[in-house]
Design a protein around this ligand. Sequence first.
Ligand code: ADP
Ligand code: MG
Length: 210
Amino acid sequence: MTITRDDVINWLNEYGRVIAENKDYLTQLDSAIGDADHGANMDRGFKAALFKLPTVADKDIGTLLKSVGMTLVQTVGGAGGPLYGTFFMQAGTTTANKMELTTADWSAALEAALNGVVARGKAQLNDKTMVDALTPALNALKQAVADGVDQNEALRRSAAAAEQGMKDTIPLVARKGRASYLGERSAGHQDPGATSSYLLIKAAADMWAK
Ligand code: ADP
Ligand code: MG
């Protein structure tokens, strides 16, 4: 079973819908440990990215993802925009010229995307960032590919691991981004970027598990 270009487009559209639906929730999380703009940032960025998507919808998956990444970098300020921009641009580089993806291709794209986020933001695991949701999501996906489980199961395991990683940010003290200015007071709150990253991985599982 493969992930087609239409599947990728459906995922991006679904994520835009989910971000709009969770805009206030993400902003509420960011108001506790940041500057209350994560929901608005992601919503503005994805609305712009999805507005541009039809102009590249007949191209390969890599071109689609790179377009999303570039629009996010151009339209979203703060930390989140450039980091998600890097995520999609790196995923796009790995999937250049592909019209469909195997589960292993998706795993490689997610790995490049996460590596890009880490290279740019320098966050380590347990710094209370989006990396804390994306890393377990990737590890679960890689393990599922190695175990040879079917695509549905691999995607579900990845989403479940991202959800756990997101929840595990609650007790952590932030060491990167605005939340780190709060020091110990950042503990006890779920990280907004880890939350939007979980929603991204969950949207993939929701749209691609057949
Ligand atoms: P800003 O912090 O500039 O207001 P956002 O509110 O859009 O940007 O995004 C905040 C999220 O960005 C945080 O919850 C965290 O997950 C993520 N983040 C911040 N700095 C980093 C970093 N250096 N590396 C990875 N993720 C980061
Ligand atoms: Mg913010």
